[in-house]
Design a protein around this ligand. Structure first.
Ligand code: AHG
Ligand code: MN
Ligand code: MN
Length: 320
């Protein structure tokens, strides 16, 4: 079995990128330790302050953000970082070759109920503009050099791609991430979907029709039954899709404050889209490939439909 370090060498990942990934993973182990200890580590509950998106931060949102930020800024590899919990771009080492964006703690509403949460991250090459310029992150998702997440579940697992296959690693008590699934593969067809059904009345008519067809099961036009799961943490839902297939949707919404859905392009949709595509799946905004979306704002939202390729095609075909 390979450690993540030796696998990155085998994959001929550039030494500076390897070092950066290991810095991220070192921080993830500190977070995993606090998550595991929960109330005993004093990490549950609200931080009683809001982030730039008007969401009330949990203590662990702030703690995870600080751990990642400090680790990345201490490494020489990072010219800038962006985070769900930082209003603006944070400047790093002016000579650093990479920029990093992250969702330090995905699934915040799961923290206090001891359910799946995670850290999502993405790496781009730094651009020749000011380190703290938002332009550093105005790169479409197809320019990502590395994308991944750490899932803090019953096991702590890392899903990672550096442009090749999406690989899955599991953290052992020796502090090493070991390669446990060398090549995640999403089957093109599926019988399981994930969507927050409570938003149904706010979806566009074609989205409503698509979900109704899944619900009609074998008696309906699709001619097969579909199961439904919703974790309330994208990281858990996408993990399930990567491991056993399915489709995950956070579609456009007619409510004006979330008309592009809820998920953020830079540090949620893009890294997950890369992992899904490198596992043979598809990731769409409903109108285009997520990895082709040109970012306009740091915290911009985008509708997300990802997973089994034929099923994502069914969704987009239903819109025409
Ligand atoms: P975050 O905790 O980083 O703000 O992200 C939460 C996101 C995502 O993880 C999940 O898929 C979605 O919110 C859940 O939304 P609902 O509240 O509609 O279930
Ligand atoms: Mn999130
Ligand atoms: Mn978050």
């Amino acid at each position: 079995m390979q450690t993540v370090e030796s696998q990155l060498q085998r994959d001929q990942v550039a030494p500076d990128l390897r070092e950066l990934v290991l810095t991220l993973l070192q921080a993830s182990k500190t977070i995993a330790d606090k998550v595991r200890r929960g109330a005993l580590a004093g990490v549950l509950g609200s931080a009683a302050q809001q982030n730039v998106q008007g969401e009330t931060q949990k203590k662990l949102d702030v703690i995870a953000n600080d751990i990642l930020k400090q680790a990345l800024l201490a490494s020489g590899q990072v010219r800038a970082l962006a985070s769900e919990e930082e209003d603006q771009v944070v400047a790093g080492n002016a000579g650093g070759p990479y920029v990093v964006a992250f969702d330090p703690l995905d699934g915040s509403s799961n923290i206090d109920i001891n359910a799946q949460i995670g850290t999502i991250f993405t790496v781009y090459r730094a651009l020749d503009v000011a380190p703290d310029s938002p332009a550093q992150f105005a790169q479409p998702g197809r320019a990502q050099v590395c994308a991944g997440y750490v899932l803090y579940g019953p096991s702590t697992q890392l899903a990672l791609t550096t442009g090749g296959p999406s690989r899955l690693y599991t953290l052992d008590s020796d502090g090493q991430y070991w390669l446990t699934e060398p090549e995640l593969t999403i089957a093109p067809d599926c019988q399981e979907y994930a969507i927050n059904i409570s938003n149904q009345r706010h979806w566009a008519p074609d989205t409503q029709a698509y979900i109704q067809a899944l619900q009609a099961g074998s008696e309906g036009a699709r001619g097969k039954d579909f199961n439904m799961r919703w974790n309330g943490a994208m990281v858990g839902d996408v993990h399930r899709v990567l491991v056993r297939g399915g489709i995950f949707l956070y579609p456009a919404n007619t409510q004006s404050n979330i008309h592009n859905g809820k998920l953020r392009l830079l540090y949620e949709a893009n890294p997950m889209a890369m992992l899904v595509e490198q596992a043979g799946g598809k990731a769409s905004s409903g109108v285009q490939r997520i990895l082709e979306v040109q970012p306009e704002h740091l915290h911009q939202r985008v509708p997300v439909i990802l997973g089994a390729s034929n099923e994502v095609d069914e969704f987009t075909a239903a819109r025409r």
